[in-house]
Design a protein around this ligand. Structure first.
Ligand code: NDP
Ligand code: 2IT
Length: 447
């Protein structure tokens, strides 16, 4: 069978089995064109159905989460853990608490995580989980009871060598603390089963900052590849959460002009740039994203624009750091016509297929999240290693390790994605990850 026909049949198979899961279909189709050549070069991939194997999660667990609100009423939510692939190590990936969470979103995130984790070169499989619960609409006691109820089911599916969850949207140190406490009580063990823990009980230096910092370390390598520097570059950042703020603060500290941050309610535009200090002033602030951004404006000036993303603003570099599909085709066109030449994803799958096509058409360098945001999960593994050895590493050693990992991931993208003068980062990342995963699958025998 010709490669084209093989890929077509494969995609039809995936579509049929995942009919109502648009995000999952999007994530799978995004890699297929890139790895078609690999299937061509390795006839046994067709026989061993490598693509089919990787497109079906190892398992997806769904469970009820019932908990008591502050008025004594029973509330019911749905929880999930999608363990996508255990080929390379214990399942690893975050938990997201948001009303938009559903099986399609978690399957796409777990699929992306499998490829991302493969790129880190570390021993971790891919997973993702979460619930259709929003902690921002609950009191702190309610969040605690929800996390305990969630863990009452999840604990039987996880463990330091089985599956190690962490944070993601709306799951930060507070939620991880409550989840960890309940896990510890249930299994009567203190181990590294969750990462992103507070420093006081098993957490690691740099984990909080690692995704955003790692993104900027990766960006610096992208710029270095063409002899450029981040100094003075106008950087548009979306989001105002963990990833966005640490990316923005690191970029500002390296001399970039951070011209925006944003949230679900709108965008803060600061054409002259925000200082590192102003950005850091809201990092640990528990108020809503919009309230925090309006506070930055008191220091930096600038304009608050309701209900819009930052992609119409003039910039050299765009760092989407909020959520999936936040940057569409028209946004991509606006970015290109306003001078943007480079996009590096802090969020998972923030760019739609149309946006990616637009970047390719205009030769905009575009790093997929599976490469450029892998710093978070990489430092999670460093946290696991510290927990397993009962030793703590220093901040600067961990930051150096993060830098080295991001450099290696960048190099893999270059090695597998170089197209003449240009590097196709998406293609490079997909091929490098697929090579490791397909070899692991075949090497472990079919079963
Ligand atoms: P946070 O919860 O800390 O922050 C999320 C931010 O994104 C908030 O400012 C939020 O605004 C905004 N946001 C969320 N949903 C939407 C939406 N639908 N439209 C507009 N803005 C939105 O999450 P993180 O910073 O941890 O995660 C951000 C992204 O980075 C996600 O895609 C996540 O999967 C990815 N990521 C996270 C890693 C980590 O270590 N935390 C690691 C790798 C990737 P508002 O408060 O108004 O909703
Ligand atoms: O998307 C991600 O890589 C994360 N949310 C972090 C996962 C982790 O296990 O640290």
């Amino acid at each position: 069978m010709g490669t084209e026909q093989y890929i077509e049949e494969f995609l039809a198979w995936v579509r049929k089995r995942n009919e109502h899961q648009p995000e999952y279909l999007q994530a799978v189709s995004e890699i297929v064109a890139d790895i078609a050549g690999e299937v061509d070069d390795n006839p046994n991939f067709e026989r061993d159905n490598v693509l089919y194997y990787l497109a079906e999660p190892d398992r997806a667990i769904t469970f009820r989460v019932s908990w008591l609100d502050d008025n004594g009423n029973v509330r019911v939510n749905r929880g999930w853990r999608v363990q996508h692939s255990g080929l390379l190590g214990p399942y690893k990936g975050g938990l997201r608490f948001h009303t938009s969470v559903n099986l399609s979103v978690l399957k796409f995130l777990a699929f992306e995580q499998t490829f991302k984790n493969a790129l880190t070169g570390l021993s971790i499989g891919g997973a993702k989980g979460g619930a259709d619960f929003d902690p921002r609409n609950a009191s702190s006691r309610e969040v605690m009871r929800f996390c305990q109820a969630f863990m009452n089911e999840l604990y039987r599916h996880i463990g330091p060598n089985t599956d190690v969850p962490a944070g993601d949207i709306n799951v930060g140190k507070r939620e991880i603390g409550y989840l960890f406490g309940q896990y510890r009580r249930l299994v009567n063990q203190f181990n590294g089963t969750l990462t992103g823990k507070p420093l006081e009980f098993g957490g690691s230096h740099v984990r909080v900052e690692s995704t955003g910092y790692g993104l900027v370390y990766f960006l610096a390598h992208m710029l270095g590849d063409t002899g450029e520097d981040i100094l003075g570059k106008r950087v548009a950042v979306s989001g105002a959460g963990n990833v966005a703020l640490h990316a923005a603060a690191k970029a500002a500290s390296m001399g970039a002009r951070v011209v925006s941050l944003s949230c679900s309610k709108g965008t803060l535009s600061v054409p002259d740039g925000m200082s590192e200090k102003a950005i850091r002033s809201i990092v640990d602030d528990p108020r809503s994203s919009k309230e925090r951004l309006l506070d930055i404006r008191k220091i930096t000036g600038g304009e608050w624009i309701d209900d819009c993303t930052p992609w119409h603003l003039p910039c050299d570099i765009a760092l989407p750091c909020a959520t999936q599909n936040e940057l569409g085709e028209q946004d991509a066109r606006d970015l290109v016509s306003n001078g943007c030449r480079l996009v590096a994803e802090g969020a998972n799958m923030p760019c739609t297929e149309g946006a990616i096509r637009t970047f390719e058409k205009h030769q905009i360098r575009h790093a997929p999240g599976k490469a450029s945001n892998a710093g978070g999960v990489a430092v999670s593994v460093l946290e696991m290693a510290q927990n397993a050895s009962f030793k703590a590493e220093s901040y600067s050693d961990l930051d150096d390790e993060l830098k080295a990992i991001m450099k290696r991931i960048h190099q893999q993208c270059v090695d597998f994605g170089r197209e003449g003068e240009h590097v196709n980062y998406r293609r490079g990342a997909n091929i490098a990850a697929f090579r490791r995963l397909s070899r692991a699958m075949i090497g472990q025998g079919i079963g």
